[in-house]
Design a protein. Structure first.
Length: 365
């Protein structure tokens, strides 16, 4: 767990740095704002501070919209307090990445009473009153995770491989959709007894430390014999890898992820992660900013689908319970196409390839 704790410390440091360098722009607009953004935490994934914050800030600045971006750091009470501050400072739109649906719904109810619109960013508030939802097709994300695991196992030519599901937070609808996706790929093999599901457990609050503990228990339950870990994001996948390393099993077990972080991509290149999923956060941030600006200015907004606010599932058409949505397309990543993420400018070659230059060269980077 020492490696895992070190990684969490690095993530926290990166988040603190990101907040420091973006804090000036945030504070300039805090006294009178048009858009308020609440990010969920800085621990479950580095993306919130290193990607979403700067991309959203740049999009609002380009549109000439005043904004305030804050992070609830996993605290529901802080989430509510930040929302109150933003409403008091004149926000016309709140863009929320919820910690759970209940606490976000409470904020949406209060906002609606003040005539303020809300946008769900990345995570759906089930049963909420949001005007729009912006995310990726999260069932498709799960399908890419499951397909990557299947391909990895197939390449190993294993008879009846033993797998575990290390799912995301049970309070996050995205985690439900990810699982729906990978179960749609792998479940039929489990039902046909061509694979064995050894364990299936969710990780509260996407907590990577808890994820490591849970996976260690899974590995013990499996008698140290596992062939694949279907983990819902890279934080959980790398927590599993840390446990596998202690047992001399890293690189021998297929492990999935998502987020295309620097650590995640390096692990894909080294073989510690078999596959991950790239989600173009800049496109997501730009789409959300465009919707916020449309709400502020009363102009037409562009969407490409619907999500049902009751079931949390994509819908083919508008109904009384759907929210108009922008659903972006994720990309499955293995060592062979890590270069796609770098070419897109999401990560740099210098960061990904430092110390593993030969692996990068071998994979066309």
């Amino acid at each position: 767990m020492a490696l895992l704790n070190k990684r969490n410390g690095i993530v926290a440091a990166v988040a603190a740095f990101a907040m420091a360098v973006t804090g000036f722009a945030t504070s300039v607009h805090a006294a009178s704002i048009q858009v308020g953004v609440i990010l969920p935490d800085a621990a479950s994934s580095a993306r919130w501070e290193t990607a979403d914050r700067p991309f959203l800030a740049a999009a609002f600045k380009a549109a000439g919209v005043t904004y305030d971006i804050q992070n609830a750091n996993g605290d529901k009470a802080a989430f509510a307090t930040i929302a109150d501050q933003m409403l008091s400072n004149g926000a016309k739109v709140l863009l929320l990445v919820n910690l759970d649906s209940a606490s976000a719904t409470a904020v949406q109810v209060k906002a609606a009473k003040q005539g303020v619109k809300t946008i769900d960013y990345d995570r759906l508030t089930k049963g909420g009153s949001e005007s729009y939802y912006v995310s990726f097709d999260n069932v498709a994300v799960g399908k890419l995770q499951g397909t990557g695991i299947y391909n990895c196992l197939k390449a190993k030519n294993l008879a009846n491989p033993r797998i575990v599901y290390l799912n995301g937070s049970p309070t996050d609808n995205n985690a439900t959709l990810f699982k729906q996706g990978y179960v749609s790929i792998l479940g039929k093999y489990i039902t046909a007894k061509k694979m064995t599901l050894v364990a299936d457990q969710s990780v509260p609050d996407w907590d990577n430390v808890k994820g490591g503990v849970i996976f260690e228990q899974m590995l013990t339950k499996a008698g140290g014999k596992l062939d694949a870990v279907v983990s819902a994001n890279e934080g959980l996948g790398l927590a599993a890898v840390a446990v596998l390393k202690k047992n001399g099993l890293n690189g021998k077990v297929c492990v999935s992820g998502q987020d295309a972080s620097v650590d995640g991509l390096r692990a894909v290149l080294s073989g510690d992660l078999s596959n991950t999923v790239y989600k173009a956060v800049k496109a997501e941030a730009n789409a959300a900013a465009a919707l916020a600006v449309a709400l502020i200015k009363g102009t037409a907004a562009t969407t490409n689908g619907y999500l049902d606010k009751v079931t949390g599932n994509p819908s083919a058409k508008a109904t009384a319970t759907t929210v108009p949505s922008v659903l972006l397309v994720p990309v499955g990543i293995t060592a062979r196409n890590v270069k796609v993420v770098i070419a897109d400018g999401f990560q740099t070659k210098a960061a990904v390839c430092k110390g593993i230059e030969k692996l990068c060269t071998a994979n066309g980077i």
